[in-house]
Write a protein that binds this ligand. Structure first.
Ligand code: MN
Length: 754
């Protein structure tokens, strides 16, 4: 055995483990042995002792010793992500370089280069999220950069984030909301793309619990209430199948699990349905014990046995076994008609496939065989991410992030090259996407394509199983319409880069033409002048004006003439530009001192202090009322806007302008009223509107500002804008309206723009 280093000897001597921490170590080793292929116990013990010593004086916000956090993170890495022992040790050490006296050189000396590079990546990712001033696009870029060195960096980070989300209760509300929005933006899409499904789904549920606790509780309670009837149903459904599987000699497990709260929430939002109206609250999974190619055959045999008994819905069948998703996911999916005519979703897979589905990429460490194709896939993915990141232009960073995130989530199709190779593309991909996927040059020169032997336009949407042959010509150049035809990140960023380059050249040409004219009249055309006259000629900006000159759609002489005129006039009346103000805490203080109040008599509590002399407006995207949980967003010129924390724009504000967010509370008293919109849905019956109006104005004595009603196919939809004193009154009104005969649902209407 290796001689123990001085660092470690010292750590053990100075900070001997308490009985509790001895026990935690034993538990961790036990988890590792249970879930990992190989465990270097010495490595984990050394990391444990060193991290324990490094954090010996630290406590968490909850007051418990800090070291519990790395222990829990290590547990998650071992059990839920199942990577390897190095990752478990890295999890124990993940905060040491950032927060303690230990530095990277010591990690390197003690554990070697591999460990040092993982810890370095983790430390750098932490730094990215601490820097509140950088944009989300920059955040993405840095995150990818640091995780791309070693997959285990992001795996440990997932576990760290999960444990932080689980222990958010001890943090203040701002930190909770910021962390939740950050998690939804960055970690959930990555966990999805890397196939770490169990973590992804836990993170989503925890985020929802923070951002919309009410809906979360509503769904959680609903699922709990239906638990018994659900289990009875699953049993009734599975009994005959179970019997046959046993008779046929299969070894298997059956899991009948409710879907995640978040996925149900999404479905309710998307389809505008109540919990009762959503039929597929659970899915049944049949997991077969036998692996390898025999296991695959088993899946198909079980499928045919199942569909002999229950009638399948063919359109819901998906074969992810022959065609795995690019994150490695394999399974058969089908929906059948069960007892009582209910649709039941079934997944059939082997244990190995189930492991990959739960733990994603990491599970491939366990099943070494047959992973090269997958590893290559992940490497390719990293390559295109890096590629896309480096080719994206700063000016459309927001658009890039939007596309990029979408790309992490989209469903996939599989198509074939003329040689028969399978290519995975996102749904709605076109031959142009296909061409760019093969090679950038092929994309740029693409003139058309043959799909299954027939000519198709470039905008043709490919389907599963299509044979695609790209046609190209040396003389072809892209055109700006192409951007509309493509869905993949790579194609988009390449076409955009080309358009930008073409545009840049035209702008340059425009500038040259203009400068020549200006020379003739001996005037220098400064950038300020350009900006000013771009406004005068109603261009969106100076670049656009130069572009139009460069492409000969705007006559530079018009501009030059106007500039000459203007220069004379300018001497006399100099235009006074309002100074641009940078937004920061100081400006906010200044603004507090000078702002007028808007007539809301009670003021607001801003960052813990009552402010009565402050200009603010209630955002029309979410229409807060007294009692709602809210925050303020400061912006120059528009004062402060008050939004509800559940506002659909909240994630964007937390991610892009977190330095401008103010904590807002309502003062105890106040006599202002608030405009609020209610949507009432129900049966379209005679007298419905009268009954609703009566409840609002007669029973509740609430002023109605406007009413908009429609009746279609027997469904009544009414929007009522009312003045209310606050949340309590609004909720009382909503509950009264729900008991009006024929009313099915009442909810707050969130319309308008930010
Ligand atoms: Mn941590």
């Amino acid at each position: 055995m290796k001689q123990e280093s001085l660092l470690l000897q010292n750590a053990k001597q100075e900070a001997p483990l308490s009985e509790d921490f001895e026990q935690q170590l034993a538990l961790l080793l036990q988890t590792c042995k249970q879930y990992l292929n190989q465990v270097d116990e010495g490595l984990i013990e050394r990391a444990y002792h060193l991290a324990h010593w490094a954090h010996r004086k630290d406590t968490r916000k909850s007051g418990e010793p800090y070291f519990y956090h790395p222990i829990q993170v290590a547990q998650i890495v071992a059990k839920d992500i199942c990577v390897d022992d190095v990752s478990v040790a890295a999890a124990l050490l993940h905060d040491t370089v950032e927060d303690t006296v230990i530095d990277l050189a010591q990690i390197r000396a003690e554990f070697g280069e591999e460990m040092a590079s993982i810890i370095d990546g983790l430390t750098k990712i932490d730094a990215v999220f601490k820097d509140r001033a950088i944009s989300r696009a920059e955040n993405w870029r840095k995150l990818i950069l640091h995780m791309a060195t070693d997959m285990r960096v992001i795996m440990v980070k997932f576990a760290d984030r999960l444990h932080n989300m689980q222990t958010l209760d001890a943090r203040n509300r701002e930190a909770q909301l910021r962390t939740a929005h950050e998690t939804m933006e960055f970690f959930v899409p990555l966990a999805h793309r890397l196939g770490v499904f169990s973590i992804k789904s836990d993170l989503e549920d925890l985020c929802l619990k923070i951002t919309d606790r009410e809906k979360f509780n509503l769904i959680a309670r609903g699922l709990e209430q239906k638990k018994e009837s659900r289990n009875t149903y699953i049993e009734k459904f599975m009994n005959p199948i179970k019997q046959q599987l046993l008779e046929a000699g299969f070894e298997f497990d059956i899991k009948g699990r409710p879907k995640s709260i978040f996925s149900i929430y999404k479905k309710m939002e998307r389809q505008g349905k109540t919990l009762d109206e959503i039929y597929d609250l659970f899915a049944i999974r049949i997991v077969l014990h036998r692996g390898g190619s025999k296991g695959k055959e088993d899946c198909w045999r079980v499928y045919s046995l199942l569909t002999d008994w229950y009638k399948p819905l063919p359109e819901r069948f998906r074969d992810f076994i022959s065609m795995p998703k690019s994150n490695g996911y394999q399974s058969l999916h089908t929906t059948v008609i069960g007892p009582e005519g209910k649709r039941v979703e079934i997944q059939i897979r082997t244990r190995e496939m189930d492991d990959v589905a739960e733990h994603g990429v990491a599970a491939h460490w366990k099943y070494k065989e047959g992973t090269t194709g997958f590893k290559q896939n992940v490497d390719e993915w990293y390559a295109w991410v890096r590629d896309a990141m480096s080719s994206s232009q700063a000016e459309n960073a927001d658009e890039f992030v939007k596309d990029f995130r979408l790309n992490l989530f989209t469903e996939e199709i599989h198509v074939f090259t003329p040689k028969g190779d399978v290519i995975n593309l996102p749904k709605n991909a076109t031959p142009l996407d296909f061409a760019f996927h093969i090679h950038t040059d092929l994309g740029m020169r693409c003139t058309g394509a043959k799909v299954n032997g027939k000519m198709v336009p470039l905008s043709y949407k490919l389907s599963n199983g299509d044979d695609v042959q790209v046609l190209s010509s040396e003389r072809q150049v892209p055109n700006s319409d192409w951007i509309k035809y493509v869905v993949t990140q790579k194609a988009k960023s390449r076409i955009r880069a080309w358009i930008n380059e073409k545009r840049r050249k035209a702008v340059e040409a425009g500038r040259e033409i203009l400068d020549k004219r200006a020379k003739k009249i001996k005037t220098e055309i400064t950038d300020q002048l350009l900006d000013k006259y771009a406004r005068y000629f109603k261009f969106s900006n100076a670049q656009e004006m130069l572009y139009q000159i460069g492409t000969e759609s705007f006559d530079p002489d018009d501009l030059v003439k106007q500039i000459q005129k203007g220069l004379v006039a300018e001497e006399r009346e100099r235009e006074k530009e309002p100074p641009t103000i940078e937004i920061n805490a100081k400006v906010y203080e200044h603004y507090l001192g000078t702002a007028q109040h808007t007539g809301h008599s009670s003021g607001l509590i801003v960052n813990g202090q009552l402010q009565t002399n402050i200009a603010y407006q209630f955002a029309t995207c979410c229409n807060p009322v007294r009692g709602d949980e809210v925050f303020g967003l400061v912006s120059v010129g528009r004062g402060m806007r008050i939004h509800r924390v559940t506002c659909k724009n909240a994630p964007d504000m937390y991610l892009n302008h977190s330095d401008r967010i103010m904590r807002i509370e309502w003062p105890l008293t106040g006599d202002e009223s608030f405009i609020s919109g209610l949507k009432v849905i129900g049966a379209d019956r005679v007298g419905m509107i009268n009954d609703i109006s009566a409840v609002i104005s007669k029973t509740m004595k609430i002023n109605i500002r406007s009413v908009l009603v429609s009746g279609e196919d027997g469904v009544f939809t009414g929007t009522f804008v009312v003045d209310v004193k606050g949340l309590a009154q609004l909720e009382q009104l909503m509950s009264r309206l729900r008991s009006v005969e024929g009313v099915q649902d009442v909810y707050r209407f969130e319309g308008g723009k930010g």
